[in-house]
Design a protein around this ligand. Structure first.
Ligand SMILES: *Cc1c(COP(=O)(O)O)cnc(C)c1O
Length: 376
């Protein structure tokens, strides 16, 4: 059996090495390092993949969220609803722009924000919602978009962990995650389902006017060179990173399928262990398993993690401290609902190794050790 890794970026590189090396060298030889043809073709191809949405590449997923919020032209003190159980970026950018994060709770089985908490958190200053499609499946976008439409709120999807998942939105047909709200934001951080070899990100929109504004904001607020119509930022995707993503994008669906197959095997082997709760799969969304995250009950999570590590099985805690308990945010975020599930699951979640090249023998080894821990 190969050593088990949380994420296996080397195997993926070996499989695509010839193509990747040629493309990166080609990029260096071309001299087009910024906004070159690789970036343009990546934006076009990702847009096509996302059922003909506009795509604007940028420097990373956090910038994508920030630029998306900037494009909405909100006033300082305006409120943005966001789950507390998320990666920091989703809340950080709200605070950075002088807006108020209003945090909500999550469902303890799917880890996705509770729709009923949105209604309970609204105020006359509520302007936007950031649903986080955590661990690879989408928030109930049909229900969320109905509230947003009713209250005239903007929706920015944090799609960093769910690229390629389809979700029921307006009709009964599934739509690509990231294309349902006003703006979708994603990240190409190396360990994401579609990752480059450095930082990268993108903003997605079906609204041509918003897409235009986003493109301008990401490039110093200029349309015509050295004429600045708005205060923007410098956030561009490198040509070399775009070249890597151009090679990888055609494989994304197949990789997501392999992640699902690995998750099925985990489910089968872990579901009978009474101290383990396997991740719920919601009816309205596909799951692309950015993470396979279990809950460990009876306060035994940290002990299990240590036992697994002793047997060379890596695991991670995503996320140990919710945003409303973080030193940087605890005085800043507001809440109008209890965050009981968030506080409970932060102490119970454990993400197991997950990547497209995870072998059946490795999954069996991991599950046998989880079972052994609870039986001994
Ligand atoms: C990775 C991630 C981001 C930020 O992406 P970066 O490219 O690392 O800036 C934002 N939100 C979520 C949920 C993420 O997982």
């Amino acid at each position: 059996m190969q050593p088990i890794q949380m994420v296996d970026l080397q195997s993926q590189y070996r499989q695509l090495k010839k193509e990747l090396d040629a493309r990166v060298i080609g990029c260096i030889e071309s001299g087009a390092y910024i906004q070159g043809p690789e970036v343009k073709s990546f934006e076009a191809d990702l847009g096509k993949y996302l059922d003909d949405a506009h795509v604007i590449a940028c420097a990373n997923g956090t910038d994508a969220l920030q630029i998306a919020l900037m494009a909405l032209e909100l006033e300082p003190g305006d409120e943005v609803i966001v789950p507390s159980f998320t990666f920091v970026a989703s809340v950080e950018v709200i605070a950075l722009l002088g807006l108020k994060p209003i945090v909500v709770d999550v469902d303890p089985r799917s880890f996705l924000l509770k729709i009923e908490d949105i209604e309970a958190s609204l105020s006359p200053r509520t302007k936007a919602i950031i649903p986080v499609h955590l661990f690879g499946q989408c928030v109930n976008m049909k229900a969320l978009m109905a509230i947003a439409k009713n209250r005239d709120l903007f929706v920015i999807e944090d799609n960093a962990q769910s690229i390629g998942a389809r979700c029921i939105a307006t009709g009964d047909a599934k739509e690509m995650s990231g294309t349902i709200g006003h703006i979708g934001c994603t990240s190409f951080y190396p360990s994401k389902n579609l990752g480059c070899y450095g930082d990268g990100g993108a903003m997605i929109s079906r609204d041509e006017h918003l897409a235009h504004k986003i493109k301008m904001l990401a490039n110093h607020g200029m349309e015509k060179r050295y004429y600045h119509d708005a205060i923007g930022v410098n956030s561009r995707l490198d040509s070399m990173q775009a070249a890597i993503l151009n090679v990888k994008l055609p494989h994304l669906d197949q990789w997501n399928q392999k992640r699902r197959a690995a998750a099925d095997k985990y489910d089968q082997q872990l579901s009978s262990i009474s101290n383990v709760l396997i991740p719920a799969r919601v009816a309205w969304s596909e799951h692309v398993f950015h993470q396979y995250t279990i809950r460990v009950t009876d306060g035994r999570r940290d002990e299990l993690q240590k036992y697994l590590a002793e047997h060379k099985i890596p695991s991670m805690i995503y996320y140990p401290v919710p945003m409303h308990e973080q030193a940087a945010f605890n005085k800043l975020v507001r809440r109008r609902v209890p965050l009981l599930q968030t506080e409970k699951i932060s102490k119970e979640v454990l993400s197991l190794p997950m990547h497209p090249d995870l072998g059946d023998d490795q999954i069996t080894y991991i599950c046998e050790h989880v079972a052994k821990f609870f039986n001994s």
